[in-house]
Design a protein around this ligand. Structure first.
Ligand SMILES: [Zn+2]
Length: 383
């Protein structure tokens, strides 16, 4: 199959669109040819790399902590139809035994290539910045806990979010990093100094920058300025219009650059579902107008609990609200997260990589999705 457009962003070179023809054989891109080949299927819109969402808890009514494999697959298919061709399944804080059980349940999906990895969000988080995590279950990353996770992982756990100020915190950053698990700074009450120590200890990712950490104050800067500035970390941003103001997203992109900003959804099970009540791990969540908040037993609403965002909407949001070009948005949604997580077969449209791509209009609206050389039915507005 040959597919061409005057506006292809491969991710290999900069964000500027180029006229190119992609030659696809089976699941992979085998050649990228300059210009439009006469026998190619010419697409009017942009062609960009398929999106890589490295922080996602579920969707279509299904939570990745579910014991029902069909539910987990439903969430994967749902996000794929919204442009996410590579996905990490994120957990929420549970008791250690349940964390291990979740890893064991999801590992076969990683081994089958349906998921690119597991992201553990908790249980080693700060109670001060717990967000939508059950505070009763938060613990220190004791070496024996770290050991249990690494043993259960078998390479399937690709990232863990940790608060460095917890006892054994910095040690855990080093141990996870040395064992090939990206250690992410997040849900932390650390100041700028401790945040930098976490990076020195191996942190390579920042879990949803700004959310669940100290804010910027000009005399007490908190972790944000140093993390935006440090070339050793990629910062995740949740660009749903609720978690961050558009000006803050634009500032972060300008400070860190598109090669250090990764768009994530942090989507929970209610994504793609009507407003109502949902579960997030062991907590109850109320979704109103698409915004998910923790629901206390007495009916009061608490912290924002993940999002109902999909990657196509995140890309559209930064293009329409934050002054990003389509190519810049695509790099933040695909190329940058793939590169930081060492996902060498995705994130770029280049020979040898999977033929994972999104076709989008000038406003970055999703039209079509190709996953491993096959068009996804029911994906995008053009379906
Ligand atoms: Zn999350």
């Amino acid at each position: 199959m040959r597919i061409a457009s005057h506006k292809v962003v491969t991710g290999t070179t900069g964000p500027e669109p180029r006229p190119l023809t992609l030659v696809v054989e089976g699941e992979r891109v085998v050649e990228v040819v300059e210009g439009i080949e006469p026998d190619a299927d010419l697409v009017e819109e942009w062609i960009v790399p398929g999106y890589v969402d490295t922080h996602c808890h579920g969707g279509a009514g299904a939570d990745f902590s579910s014991t029902d494999p069909d539910a987990v697959r439903r969430a994967i298919d749902f996000h794929r139809s919204h442009g996410t061709t590579t996905l990490f399944a994120s957990t929420v804080t549970e008791a250690m035994d349940e964390v291990i059980a979740q890893i064991e349940r999801m590992r076969p999906l990683v081994e089958a290539g349906e998921l690119a990895g597991i992201h553990l969000e908790g249980p080693f988080l700060s109670p001060e910045k717990k967000g939508a995590h059950n505070p009763d279950l938060l613990v220190d990353p004791r070496p024996e806990y770290v050991e249990r996770i690494l043993e259960a992982s078998g390479g399937a756990v690709r990232m863990i979010t940790l608060a460095p100020e917890r006892e054994f915190g910095l040690e855990a950053f080093s141990t996870f990093t040395e064992n090939g698990v990206a250690a992410a700074f997040g849900h932390s009450d650390a100041d700028n100094r401790v945040a930098k120590q976490a990076v020195d200890a191996g942190a390579s990712i920042v879990t949803h920058l700004f959310n669940a950490m100290r804010p910027i104050h000009h005399r007490q800067p908190g972790p944000v300025p140093t993390l935006l500035d440090d070339e050793r970390v990629m910062v995740e941003l949740i660009c749903d219009g609720t978690h961050l103001d558009a000006d803050v997203i634009a500032m972060s992109r300008d400070a860190a650059g598109i090669h250090r900003v990764g768009l994530v959804t942090d989507a929970m099970s209610a994504t793609g579902q009507p407003d109502g009540r949902y579960d997030l791990g062991s907590l109850k969540v109320q979704v109103t107008d698409g915004v998910a908040r923790i629901l206390a037993d007495d009916g009061t609403l608490g912290a924002i609990a993940g999002s109902t965002l999909t990657m196509d909407r995140a890309v559209e949001y930064v293009v329409t609200h934050c002054g990003c070009e389509v190519g810049e948005a695509a790099i933040m949604a695909a190329t940058t997260p793939a590169r930081w997580h060492g996902l060498a077969e995705v994130g770029e449209l280049a020979p040898g990589r999977y033929a994972d791509l999104c076709v989008v209009d000038d406003g970055a609206g999703l039209q079509r999705v190709m996953h491993r050389g096959r068009w996804i039915e029911g994906a995008g507005e053009g379906a």
